[in-house]
Each structure stands twice: as structure tokens, then as C-alpha cells.
Design a binder for this molecule. Structure first.
Ligand SMILES: NC(=O)C1=CN([C@@H]2O[C@H](COP(=O)(O)OP(=O)(O)OC[C@H]3O[C@@H](n4cnc5c(N)ncnc54)[C@H](O)[C@@H]3O)[C@@H](O)[C@H]2O)[C@H](O)CC1
Ligand SMILES: [K+]
Length: 509
């Protein structure tokens, strides 16, 4: 699914009005209907009480129409409308509809002192994507009351005060929503860690905007969902043998962190490659063989860390390296020598660089040109910062990574909530699976194993990165259905990879 700017959503909306021959009030009614259905699901069967805070534009119009529907469904509804000199036409029509039904509207101003009945749900319909500039300090008292109330806050389209597609200063007043119902497509700011406290969760509501028109709007940003990754899966062949599914080579571990190599290797095999060979320092031999009998193991001549890469490293289908590897100068030199060797070869295995492999690359910017094109790097934010330097906000971070990926023709997977996969063509795919419970030691090693496995199975690097990130998050989400998020471990993610494959391949789930 595309992630569009506010300007493009507006264009999409306007073109839909023409192509479907409907009025903007009818579209607003559709949006309110979608909201109403979603909120009915949120509250379940019970009668609930709502306080709806409406602005003077169309976001406020959505709130007014929603209030009417909730009232008609038997809920207790209090509607507050910002006093203003002029309202949007659709907003006025919905005020009129409420008057006709004798549903009262209280006035609201930034100075209002509000009382929220206990257990009522607050609906934030103050500002949507029409926000033209950050809200000024005058709005602080009103937003403070909403943000500090113990009531749940549901935002319509976007938490009021937040720009959809450009940086918002976080010192400006912004609604802290528990859940945002956003129309038609995901918005960039709903995906960025910097705004997580305003947007912890969101749901996309389909309001029937015309698909053909969406196809004409171009954007470098995509929201990666099930239907997108399903297209990337390769069917299993009946006459397969273990060689068919590729041989992954997992390079990592040092004295004290052999577990990272075990996790990555197990995850690789559970993702479906036919064979894995782990290359680790000698101290890990017994540990790895004992913990994971399905793995083949090769060891470095040194006991404690990796000091060389064997000649046969290039014989494998894919290499994943860096997990728990350390940044010993011997390892650093070995990596440099590997790059020199790869340069001379006509064809080489696909490569993934994680953790300490990235740290070594970050320390040596002049090696970036030596990284074989189309390799995958999977940094967490700190590793990314070492690789590309500091950024002031998430928008700049994405811009810098896009630039880096184009320049060096690499794929960067920025790990975190809504992991972003940035491709050499500068497309950015934000993942929709995963949960905070996955921020746990070893989770990244598992991701490296999954992606390397997909590379070994013959997926293109871009497909392997997209499918791998989605599968990893999905396995974590399925794990979270039976294991509390606080208790999820990397091993649990591996244990649920099989269910993730099942889920992904089942059209009815
Ligand atoms: N996506 C869709 O297809 C649909 C969206 N709908 C809803 O419409 C809003 C966008 O409505 P719009 O009228 O363009 O803007 P807002 O309601 O967000 O408010 C604009 C209003 O506020 C003024 N303003 C802007 N910034 C400030 C500021 N810093 N301080 C004070 N006032 C400000 C501005 O001048 C306008 O007057 C979208 O989010 C959806 O909720 C449709 O209902 C259905 C289809
Ligand atoms: K809003």
C-alpha cells in the first residue's frame, strides 16, 4: 500500500469525487461510517459514552457526522465544536444535521476547561491533514487537558497537531492518541519513532477512494502488508532436495557471544533453506553442535574471534555475517581481504551484513565503495548512526539512508518499530508487522538468519529483505498471542516462524 503526502491524498480525494460522481459531504459520510464501524468494534456490544472534540475543517466535520451515528446507535455522545468565524461547507452541513436531530453542540475554545466523564472515550477531531502550521502555545491548555485525562483518546485521521508528512516540532501541542483511525492510507508520521508517543497505534480505514487514481500518484514510500509480501513467496517444488533450497553460510560469534550465531543459524534453517553452515571461532564448536545438531560447523583457527574467512566462503548461496562477531582488528583485516577477493570474482553469493560487520564498515567509510552492490545491511538505529552520521529527525534519517543506498547501490534495513527497508532505487518500505516485545536480545540475529535464508533460497535481495522483515514481525506477532510481550525471546520468534509461513500462505487468515 502506498504512503501518500497530504497533498496527494487531497488530489486522490478530489479526483474520486469526480470519478464516482459523489459530493464531498457524501465522501465525509462514508468516512464517518467507516469510523463508526471501527469504533463499534472497539467498544464491543456495550453502550459507551463519548466526548467528541471537533475542529472547524473537515476533520471536525468527520467528528460531527460520527457523533450523529454514535448517537443514533444509542451511545451517550457529547459534542464540542471549536468556535470559529468560518467553517468548511461539509462541517456546516453536519452541524445542520445535528440541529435537525436536536443533538446539542457545545462550544469549545483553546481556553475551555473541560470535564470528561469517567470512562468516556475522547474523540479527537480537531485537526486532520489540513494542519497548515504547528499549533501555537494558545492550544497548550486544551491539549494538556486531553493528554493528561485518564480517558482513552481516539484520533481521527491523525493526532491533532501532527503533520502527516513533514517534521512537527515535538514541543508544539500535539494530541497523544491511544489509537488513530487514519483514512485511505498510512501516513509517514504515524510510522516514525520520534512521534511514537502521539501515535502508539493506528488502523487504516478504507473509504473507497478510487484505486485507478491511486495508481497515478507516485511516492517513494510504501506500507508493507500481507498482500504485498504474498506476491514474493516462491512455491515449494514436489521433487525438491536439500540442495534446491540453498545453502546459507552464517558468519559470527566470538568468545562470549556464540549464541548470536546459533540464533541466526536456527532462524535460517526454520525459514526454509536446505542447509546451513556456521562459521565461528573455535571456542564455539561444541556449543553450536550441541545446541543445534542440524547445523554444519566450520571454525576459525583462532579460539576467541574470527581472524580469516576460508577460501570456500564464496561457494555458498548466501552469506550472513556480523552477528556477535566483534570488531577485533583481525576480523577487520579479514573483512577487507574478503572484499578484495570478491572484487576479482565474476559472480559472488548474496551478502548480508549485520551488527559488528556494520560497525566495521562504519569505522571505514572508504570501504563503502567495496561492498558488493545489492548487499543487505541490517543496522539498528545506533549502528545506522555510526554508518551514515547523525540526523535531526526521522525525515532526515530516511533521506540520508535513501541517498546512501542510491550512492552505494545497497539495501538498508533500519530495524525498529515499523522497520524501514530502503532499496537502491530509493524506494522505502515500512513494515506493518511486529510488536514492542520483539525489542529483545537476539531478535536482530534471528532477522539476519531469516533474510540470509531467503537469499540462499534464490530470492532477489530486495524480495528477501521485504519478505524476511515481514515474516520476522509476523512470527513475533503470533508469539505475542500466547506469550506476554514482555516475555518474548528471540527463541520464541524462531519457534513461531512456521506459524508465520502458514499464516502468510493462508488466504483466509
Ligand atoms: N482523506 C480523505 O479522503 C478524507 C478526509 N476527510 C477529512 O478531512 C480532513 C482534512 O480536512 P481539512 O478541512 O482540509 O483540514 P482540517 O480539518 O485538518 O483543518 C483545517 C483547518 O484548520 C486551519 N488550520 C490549519 N492549521 C492551523 C493552525 N496551526 N492553527 C489554527 N488553525 C489551523 C485551516 O486553515 C483549516 O481551516 C482529513 O484529515 C480527514 O479527517 C474527509 O472528511 C473525508 C475524506
Ligand atoms: K485529528
Amino acid at each position: 500500500m502506498k504512503i501518500l503526502s497530504a497533498a496527494d491524498i487531497y488530489k486522490w480525494e478530489q479526483a474520486t469525487l469526480i470519478s464516482q460522481n459523489i459530493s464531498s459531504v457524501e465522501l465525509m459520510e462514508r468516512a464517518a461510517e467507516a469510523l463508526f464501524q471501527a469504533i463499534q468494534q472497539y467498544v464491543g456490544e456495550r453502550q459507551a459514552s463519548f466526548v467528541i472534540l471537533c475542529g472547524f475543517g473537515n476533520n471536525g466535520g468527520d467528528g460531527l457526522a460520527l457523533g450523529r451515528m454514535l448517537h443514533m446507535a444509542g451511545h451517550i455522545v457529547r459534542i464540542h465544536l471549536l468556535e470559529h468565524t468560518s467553517y468548511s461547507a461539509e462541517n456546516e452541513i453536519n452541524q445542520q444535521r445535528l440541529h435537525e436531530m436536536d443533538i446539542s453542540i457545545s462550544s469549545l475554545s483553546p481556553e475551555s476547561i473541560l470535564e470528561f466523564p469517567a470512562k468516556s472515550i475522547l474523540i479527537d477531531a480537531l485537526f486532520g491533514y489540513g494542519l497548515a502550521r504547528p499549533l501555537d502555545d494558545r492550544w497548550k491548555p486544551l491539549l494538556y487537558q486531553i493528554n493528561t485525562a485518564s480517558n482513552p483518546v481516539l484520533s481521527i485521521d491523525i493526532p491533532s497537531g501532527l503533520f502527516a508528512d513533514k517534521p512537527t516540532p515535538i514541543e508544539a501541542p500535539i494530541i497523544q492518541a491511544h489509537l488513530t483511525y487514519t483514512f485511505a492510507c498510512a501516513k509517514l508520521s504515524l510510522l516514525f519513532p520520534k512521534y511514537a508517543s502521539f501515535t502508539s497505534n493506528f488502523q487504516i480505514l478504507d473509504i473507497g477512494l478510487e484505486k485507478n487514481i491511486e495508481n497515478t500518484l507516485s511516492t517513494p514510500y510504501e506500507y508493507l502488508q500481507k498482500e504485498d509480501v504474498q506476491l514474493l513467496i516462491r512455491p515449494l517444488q514436489k521433487f525438491s532436495h536439500k540442495g534446491t533450497f540453498g545453502h546459507a553460510y552464517m558468519v559470527g560469534g566470538r568468545y562470549g557471544s556464540i549464541g548470536a550465531a546459533i540464533l541466526a543459524s536456527k532462524a535460517a534453517l526454520k525459514t526454509g533453506c536446505g542447509l546451513i553452515t556456521a562459521y565461528i571461532p573455535a571456542c564455539g564448536y561444541t556449543i553450536l553442535q550441541g545446541a543445534f545438531p542440524e547445523a554444519q560447523v566450520e571454525t576459525d583457527p583462532l579460539d576467541t574471534h574470527i581472524s580469516m574467512f576460508p577460501k570456500q566462503i564464496t561457494d555458498y548461496d548466501a552469506i550472513g555475517m556480523g552477528m556477535g562477531m566483534g570488531t577485533h582488528p583481525d576480523t577487520e583485516i579479514a573483512l577487507r581481504q574478503l572484499f578484495e577477493r570478491l572484487k576479482l570474482m565474476p559472480s559472488i553469493p548474496h551478502l548480508l551484513f549485520d551488527a559488528d560487520a556494520i560497525n566495521i564498515l562504519a569505522k571505514n567509510p572508504d570501504w563503502h565503495v567495496l561492498i558488493p552492490p545489492n548487499s543487505i545491511l541490517t543496522p539498528h538505529p545506533k549502528e545506522l548512526e555510526r554508518l551514515i552520521g547523525l540526523w535531526t529527525d526521522d525525515f532526515e534519517k530516511i533521506a540520508k539512508v535513501r541517498d546512501w543506498c542510491r550512492r552505494y547501490q545497497q539495501i538498508v534495513v533500519i530495524k525498529g518499530a515499523n522497520t524501514a527497508i530502503v532499496l537502491p532505487n530509493e524506494m522505502v518500505h515500512f513494515n506493518s508487522t511486529g510488536n514492542p516485545g520483539m525489542a529483545t536480545g537476539g531478535s536482530g540475529d534471528v532477522l539476519s538468519g531469516i533474510i540470509t535464508s531467503l537469499l540462499a533460497q534464490g530470492h532477489t535481495p530486495a524480495d528477501a529483505a521485504l519478505l524476511g522483515v515481514y515474516l520476522h514481525g509476523l512470527a513475533g506477532d503470533i508469539a505475542a498471542t500466547t506469550i506476554h510481550e514482555r516475555s518474548i525471546t528471540a527463541t520464541d520468534i524462531i519457534a513461531h516462524l512456521s506459524s508465520a509461513w502458514q499464516h502468510l500462505q493462508n488466504p483466509y487468515l
